[in-house]
Design a binder for this molecule. Structure first.
Ligand code: DGL
Length: 261
């Protein structure tokens, strides 16, 4: 039973920023990745819409006999994690904006979170920011168009840098020294963000913390894969699978097939 795969999903390729960390940290585990490309982006959708969409994804992953599910999407976590945990018997690991380490380490006492509308609207963000950011100035920014830029693989285009410069300008004015990436698509923009932000700004990708939590839950529930066999990686997409394929190739240097469903 412990040899069953881990399921992981996102609205698109963003969750691969968590997947790449997952396979590095847990090299024994087989993983099934689902990109819900047909419904991307989740960010502007209502909570009930997201719950409905995500429910289908989770049912699909459960039909593949997964033992644990990583919700590698801040927006889906914000909208649906309580529903998922109370509905299905497997453990769910969600994303949480890394406000705590940013607030603790800030010297300028000014930090920012970049996320989707859906994530800022959720109670998880509200609770986290109230709990951990009481003695810093916390600025929020909706990552307008950024999911689309990553999904269309326009990361290295000149317009992307111009757009990010505009988005970041008001945050730079506020003298932030930490930028929390609150959407799993955004780590793929890190190189461009580094170009447009002052050198003292730390960019925080929450993937390592989420994977650490996944490892802990696997160990606490005795679900680690103890076999020393080569893990299997599978990929599914509900829409055009080409971008997913090209991102996986970029990350692993290997060709994997992506099944469209
Ligand atoms: N990767 C998702 C997140 O972390 C993307 C959001 C979207 O689909 O709008 O929020």
């Amino acid at each position: 039973m412990n040899n069953r795969p881990i399921g992981i999903f996102d609205s698109g390729v963003g969750g691969l920023s968590v997947w790449r960390e997952l396979i590095k940290t847990l090299p024994n585990e087989s993983v099934i990745y689902y990109a819900d490309t047909a419904n991307c982006p989740y960010g502007p959708k209502s909570q009930s819409e997201i719950i409905c969409i995500v429910d289908k994804v989770v049912r699909f992953l459960l039909s593949k006999n997964v033992k644990l599910i990583v919700v590698a999407c801040n927006t889906a976590t914000a909208a649906a994690i309580d529903y998922l945990r109370s509905t299905y018997p497997v453990p769910f690991i969600g994303m949480e904006p890394a406000v705590k380490p940013a607030a603790l380490n800030s010297k300028t006492k000014s930090i920012a979170v970049l996320a989707t509308e859906g994530t800022f609207n959720g109670k998880l963000y509200l609770e986290t920011s109230q709990r951990f950011a009481s003695d810093v100035d916390l600025h929020i920014k909706i990552g307008d168009k950024l999911v689309d830029i990553v999904e269309k693989n326009k990361i290295n285009e000149a317009e992307t840098e111009i757009h990010l410069r505009e988005l970041m300008a008001p945050l730079i004015q506020k003298n932030i020294d930490h930028l929390v990436l609150g959407c799993t698509h955004y780590p793929f923009l890190t190189d461009v963000l580094k170009k447009v932000l002052p050198e003292n700004v730390n960019i925080i990708d929450p993937a390592p913390a989420v994977v650490k939590q996944t490892a802990k839950i696997l160990s606490d529930t005795n679900l680690q894969n103890s076999l020393n066999e080569k893990p299997e990686y599978e990929f599914y997409s509900s829409g055009d699978s080409r971008v997913l394929k090209s991102f996986v190739l970029k990350i692993t240097n290997k060709e994997f097939s992506v099944k469209s469903i």
